[in-house]
Design a protein. Structure first.
Length: 336
């Protein structure tokens, strides 16, 4: 936490934001609540910076569209040329909730080619890419929590209900409603502070978790009935979804949010995984675990992924059967 309240670094951040004409805040492909929460925290905080741009590689989940200024987010897949132009013209680039520019997908080349001052704000282990300024803490619940800590130090008076709602959404979704990565008192201190802005926690919970289309419920039922595999002998579970299956359910970004938790909340299961072919030939994996079972280590060692102790992910172009068999074969290294 000390690195996040380093006055010298805060002063650099403040000076760079004040001097910048064209700020771009961006986050990773397949954005989750934390990525969107970070972006919209900045969007509402920097409302006086009229030239600032907020960019995602692809569409944000529908259950986050209620957040203020969500319609201002530039979706690169809708106009890649414009998104790349915004990055090229930027004099300050702020990367939130990701470390490797490759997670920007189609925007990665534009980002790395930019000569703008680059700032990273993340709670994952930093990779090889070198930013000009880094705010990173692995013990913090979410990147949104880090963003709030930084913005509070820049100018607490500029934090309003909309900033607070974005931070709240980021923290809650990235901790599974405070069920993992949530043992740091700082998280609860931040939650207490943002509630002072008049947030309705119950209403926000409904918007985040009880606001899905019917087709998502049908997809969930299909997964639980037809696709979920439970290996009681190994204390693991998993499911596989093909690209064709997603098309059959008219899949939209965000429809699988938290579905993997159903695979984990089965008695005796200590580790759960999902293998989903969102794009043909590309498998996105999610891993969840209980207690001291560290899926982050497994994800990094065997799947070139990363994340948190109890919630990690990876992407691969390997055959899905190969990936599933690898998961099954190495699980006993991590099950307690």
């Amino acid at each position: 936490m000390s690195d996040l309240i380093n006055r010298e670094k805060i002063d650099v951040l403040q000076a760079k934001i004040a001097a910048a004409e064209n700020i771009v805040v961006c986050s990773h492909k397949h954005p989750d609540g934390d990525a969107v929460g970070c972006l919209l925290s900045f969007a509402n905080f920097l409302s006086d910076k009229t030239k600032a741009k907020y960019i995602l590689p692809n569409q944000l989940p529908d259950y986050l569209a209620w957040l203020n200024k969500s319609s201002d987010i530039i979706i690169a897949e809708n106009d890649i040329a414009y998104a790349a132009k915004c990055i090229k013209e930027a004099d300050l680039l702020i990367a939130v909730d990701f470390n490797d520019p490759m997670r920007l997908a189609s925007l990665a080349e534009s980002f790395t080619a930019s000569e703008a001052f680059k700032i990273a704000i993340d709670h994952h282990p930093m990779g090889d890419y070198r930013y000009d300024l880094v705010f990173n803490d692995l013990d913090v619940s979410s990147a949104s929590e880090i963003v709030y800590i930084l913005l509070s130090q820049l100018n607490h008076r500029k934090i309003n209900r909309y900033v607070a709602e974005a931070v709240y959404a980021g923290i809650v979704t990235d901790t599974g409603s405070l069920s993992y990565s949530c043992n740091n008192p700082s998280t609860y201190n931040v939650m207490a502070e943002i509630m002072k802005f008049g947030l309705d926690g119950a209403a926000i919970h409904n918007l985040l978790y009880n606001n899905f289309p019917l087709k998502r419920t049908r997809l969930l039922g299909y997964i639980l009935d037809k696709k979920l595999v439970v290996r009681n002998d190994l204390s693991i579970s998993y499911y596989v979804l093909t690209h064709k299956e997603l098309e059959e359910f008219d899949y939209e970004e965000g429809m699988l949010s938290n579905v993997i938790n159903y695979a984990l909340n089965i008695r005796g299961v200590q580790m759960a995984a999902s293998f989903v072919e969102h794009e043909e030939g590309v498998i996105r994996m999610s891993f969840r675990s209980r207690g001291d079972v560290c899926v982050n280590t497994m994800s990094s060692k065997y799947f070139n992924g990363g994340g948190h102790k109890n919630a990690s992910g990876a992407t691969s172009m390997q055959d899905v059967d190969t990936l599933v068999n690898l998961y099954i074969s190495v699980a006993n290294e991590y099950i307690l």
